[in-house]
Design a protein. Structure first.
Length: 183
């Protein structure tokens, strides 16, 4: 998983081309996919409380698939932006909101690929694929700082996620510095 802040990097599209993109659609599109975790919280509580089976808190589901993103997240993003833009006094352009949402959504998927061992990108055709884009699987230097250690069922279970989160923060800082150098 990329850091929560890193998903917001899409703001750079708006600042480079403010007439071409809708900032709200870019940001909501980039973050709405992770709203699936919030929807899973009651289920996770029920599973943990009654010890029925393993919690799915760290699993990723249909919102992280191409079909789920386009079929659920895209319409939700457009609806939210359609509802909020008039309140902010921003003119609603369906075309601008549509492609801004698509860029936000697919940037999220692209940033999550290097950090999840299993990803359901091709759901429902393949539920969980072993991720060929996974980075940092065996990089253990940062493990003492791993905040997910308490959730692990076996050592290094969430190592790629943690390492990618750290690395994505570094990428975010570098891109912000480059942005301010260019501007």
């Amino acid at each position: 998983m990329a850091s929560f802040l890193t998903h917001g990097f899409v703001f750079i599209f708006y600042f480079l081309f403010p007439d071409k993109f809708d900032l709200l659609a870019l940001l909501i599109g980039a973050y709405i996919i992770d709203f699936e975790s919030v929807l899973k919280l009651p289920y996770n509580y029920f599973i943990k409380k009654f010890s029925l089976k393993e919690s799915i808190h760290f699993s990723i589901g249909i919102f992280h698939s191409i079909i789920g993103s386009l079929g659920i997240c895209l319409p939700l993003t457009i609806l939210i932006v359609y509802s909020i833009n008039p309140l902010l006094g921003i003119k609603f352009s369906i075309l601008k909101v549509f492609y801004s949402s698509i860029i936000g959504i697919f940037s999220h998927l692209a940033l999550d690929l290097p950090g999840h061992e299993y990803i359901s990108l091709l759901w429902p055709f393949k539920k969980f694929n072993k991720n060929p884009f996974l980075l940092f699987k065996n990089f253990k230097k940062l493990y003492p700082f791993n905040i997910y250690k308490t959730f692990e069922k076996y050592p290094y279970q969430y190592l790629p996620e943690f390492n990618w989160m750290v690395f994505s923060h570094i990428l975010l800082i570098i891109s912000i510095v480059i942005y301010f150098i260019i501007i």
